[in-house]
Design a protein around this ligand. Structure first.
Ligand code: COA
Length: 175
């Protein structure tokens, strides 16, 4: 069974204790500023293949409090971020697993940590847009019509920012 310690508010960049969730033997923790270049590397490895949106290291650093990471002996093995869209909505973004750890449970560990983080911060619905819906379905997410996404999220996070929904499945997890 995963063990979870209390998480800290997402707007506290150096918050402790870490998420410290253990899933499939992977321990996740809040990202630290020094992780930013490696996180950008993980995300951009998949952005080049069209599966994630590219993030520069400075962009990641600015949003470092949103990220959780999983480490292995070689460094950062996986990452993901939780972006809050108040009230009560948060979005999972930038879930990326290193090539060397594909299919070994690191992705599941990241999503579990992000969902724990969301719960601890009072989020009621976690949403996401993905080209990997089968993976998120296995983590309990349900596909929905993009028009059924919470309207304030759809406006602020997608329409106002010119983000495309094309080719991506909208999903949600009600906590
Ligand atoms: C999708 C991704 C995050 C999955 O991470 P992972 O560590 O390889 O996945 P896990 O080992 O934790 O798999 C958990 C479960 O999901 C399944 N799964 C993983 N990737 C899958 C996929 N692409 N399609 C269908 N099922 C998938 C696994 O078989 C496993 O199933 P099980 O519970 O029946 O054993 C990873 O492949 C990745 O980095 N992809 C590129 C980036 C991306 O697509 N990110 C998501 C968009 S934000």
């Amino acid at each position: 069974m995963p063990s979870t310690s209390s998480a800290s508010p997402s707007n506290s960049p150096l918050a402790s204790p870490p998420v410290a969730e253990t899933t499939n033997g992977f321990v996740s923790r809040h990202a630290k500023p020094k992780d930013a270049p490696a996180i950008a590397g993980l995300v951009n490895n998949w952005a080049e293949r069209g599966l994630t949106l590219a993030r520069s290291a400075p962009e990641v650093l600015e949003a470092i409090h949103q990220f959780v990471v999983v480490e292995d002996d070689a460094g950062l093995a996986a990452c993901g971020s939780l972006v809050e869209w108040p009230p009560k909505i948060a979005e999972i973004r930038s879930v990326a697993v290193a090539d060397r750890q594909q299919g070994k449970g690191a992705g599941r560990a990241v999503v579990a940590a992000l969902v724990s983080k969301a719960r601890s911060e009072g989020v009621e619905i976690v949403v996401l847009l993905t080209k990997s819906p089968e993976f998120f379905a296995k983590q309990g997410f349900t596909a929905i019509e993009s028009s059924d996404l919470p309207s304030h999220y759809l406006k602020a996070a997608i329409l106002d920012r010119g983000r495309s929904l094309e080719g991506r499945t909208a999903m949600q997890l009600v906590l």
